[in-house]
Design a protein around this ligand. Structure first.
Ligand SMILES: NC(=O)c1ccc[n+]([C@@H]2O[C@H](COP(=O)([O-])OP(=O)(O)OC[C@H]3O[C@@H](n4cnc5c(N)ncnc54)[C@H](O)[C@@H]3O)[C@@H](O)[C@H]2O)c1
Length: 317
């Protein structure tokens, strides 16, 4: 286990063993941060992280999470651990709120207990869900929020709590609202990562369905672009919220075609019933992140999809 390096900045990353978290940890290590991760490994994998990363295998709801914060006294807390599924949140709103709201407050109480140091907290909110069916496209940060799922409500609840914690204990904070993030290591067993789901199923020749007619639209952003945005958010002084997304709506039918070409897959798409509660069309305006953070996405859909499919090909070898 890597001992924290005296003098370097220390980052606490919850959900460190997950998809976005593990990419962030890699980058933080390159940037000479000491890193401590918290993850209950419910979907994340220990092998997503370098073996010497200090990973505390625990649930974000565990009161001992507060002890970890007071023990390591991080400079920055990147909070990614979450109940991620919109469908699970609709079935089990209590579970969703326990993890995404109460679990986050548990972590914030740990930060509040460190009363002689300023700790920066970054909340990973969801640009794809907090607006419901958006009143404006592309949706910007001031477009009305009207969550349609407990998941979206729980992400928004934490956005509401953060300025309160600033008043309570001087918490420095920032909110990033992500589009649909994709890239290597995304869990293809979940319900959210359509790129990962299509790539893995096409490479393994296993059946899969497109929900609805496949013409709904989401905003896809490559994980390396997200990591860059997080680094700029840590270094910046604005609390956001910042949309971190491509600005372009892409449909499952378009994704099917692009991934099929990369995988050499020639079967036709199979369609199933639409998922209740799914938003029809959402894409996000990220010009605030460009203005205030100097962030613009660098990776095109074609390049990002190729990198992702190449990674899934290596996994299936
Ligand atoms: N992937 C996206 O498109 C997207 C979009 C918007 C917001 N987000 C947010 O970004 C964050 C990371 O998403 P991701 O795609 O990397 O998901 P992920 O599922 O790969 O990562 C989440 C990690 O949190 C861990 N975890 C889950 N519940 C936990 C708990 N109770 N205690 C401790 N650890 C727990 C999981 O094991 C996993 O490693 C989440 O907060 C998610 O809501 C993601």
């Amino acid at each position: 286990m890597e001992a924290p390096d005296i003098g370097s900045k220390h980052a606490l990353v919850t959900g460190a063993a997950g998809f976005i978290g593990s990419h962030l940890v890699e980058r933080l290590l390159i940037d000479s941060y000491s890193v401590t991760g918290i993850d209950d490994l419910s979907s994340g994998k220990r092998t997503n992280l370098p073996a010497d990363v200090d990973l505390r295998e625990m649930d974000i709801r565990d009161p001992e999470v507060r002890d970890v914060v007071t023990e390591i006294r991080p400079d920055v807390v990147l909070h990614l651990a979450a109940q991620m599924s919109v469908a699970v949140s609709a079935r089990e709103p209590l579970l969703d709120a326990e993890i995404n709201v109460v679990g986050t407050l548990n972590l914030l109480e740990g930060i509040r207990a460190v009363d002689d140091k300023t700790i920066k907290f970054v909340h990973f909110s969801s640009g794809g869900t907090v607006h419901g069916e958006p009143t404006k496209l592309p949706a910007d940060e001031s477009t009305a929020v009207q969550p349609l799922s407990p998941y979206a409500a729980s992400k928004l609840a934490i956005e509401t709590y953060l300025p309160i914690y600033e008043r309570l204990c001087g918490l420095e904070h920032a909110v990033i609202r992500l589009g649909n993030v994709y890239g290597p290591r995304q869990d293809p067993h979940g319900e959210a990562g359509v790129v990962a789901i299509f790539a893995r199923a096409m490479l393994a020749n296993t059946p899969f369905k497109i929900f609805g007619d496949g013409n709904d639209q989401r905003d896809y952003v490559f994980v390396d672009d997200v990591v860059e945005a997080v680094i700029k958010t840590i270094d910046g002084s604005s609390p956001g919220p910042f949309n971190i997304a491509s600005g372009v709506g892409t449909s499952p039918n378009q994704i099917f075609k692009l991934i099929a070409e990369l995988c050499g897959y020639s079967d036709p798409a199979v369609y199933g019933p639409p998922r209740p509660g799914d938003v029809d069309k959402i894409y996000l305006d990220s010009s605030k992140a460009e203005r205030e953070l100097g962030w613009v996405p660098q990776i095109s859909l074609e390049d990002g999809f190729k990198t992702t499919v190449d990674w899934f090909k290596q996994q299936s070898d």
